[in-house]
Design a protein around this ligand. Sequence first.
Ligand code: DC
Length: 224
Amino acid sequence: MSIAVALDGPVGAGKSTIAKECAKRLGFVYIDTGAMYRSIGLYCVNNGVDINDDNAVAAALADITLKIKPDKEGQHVILCGNDVTDKIRTPEISMAASRVSAVPKVREFLLELQRSFARTQNVIMDGRDIGTVVLPDAKVKIFLTASDEIRAKRRYDELVAKGEQVSYEDVLKDLRKRDYDDSHRSAAPLKQAEDAVLADTSELDFDGSCALIENIIRSKAGAL
Ligand code: DC
């Protein structure tokens, strides 16, 4: 039986970097479901699909092919034959991803793809609804969070390091808006699963956060 770790939480809690590192240490495959929503957002932005029109977004799905190729460094995302792994990481696409993720047809479109990864291999899957909807029977469920200000600072540093021109205030504002929208939509909102362990990394650095998550996984999953 394969082991699934569902790692959910708000924007900038460190899910992807921590999950990637823990997956490496434990020999699990890391699956980033946010990248899938980002790809749909990117497709809409690039093809003139109005992201505020649910029907238009749902109709566009017929033209979208999405392949996720996990590898040792994370995963590659292939949208309609093009590798968009780096293109989906801009603030504009973050907002578009949040918007299209509220469309129920988009969530349906991605659900089977997401579940398929957990059937045959050990995975750490990160997202918003992994423990509640995608993998409700996951052996390990973790809800990762940190204070708004700390999450915004981490996201700001990340964007600046990539050469993006952003202000801390805008990053904090965008993050709060995305958190609000992600937790208040009717389709699979961001929320802690009842049986998830709450992990707050506000006071922890990267190594401390990885150690915390690795310990939770080891203690819940048994011998690995
Ligand atoms: O984790 P992320 O920032 O890359 O996710 C981008 C957006 O996708 C996020 O604002 C909400 C949405 N998302 C979702 O609704 N469900 C998931 N399982 C993962 C992401």
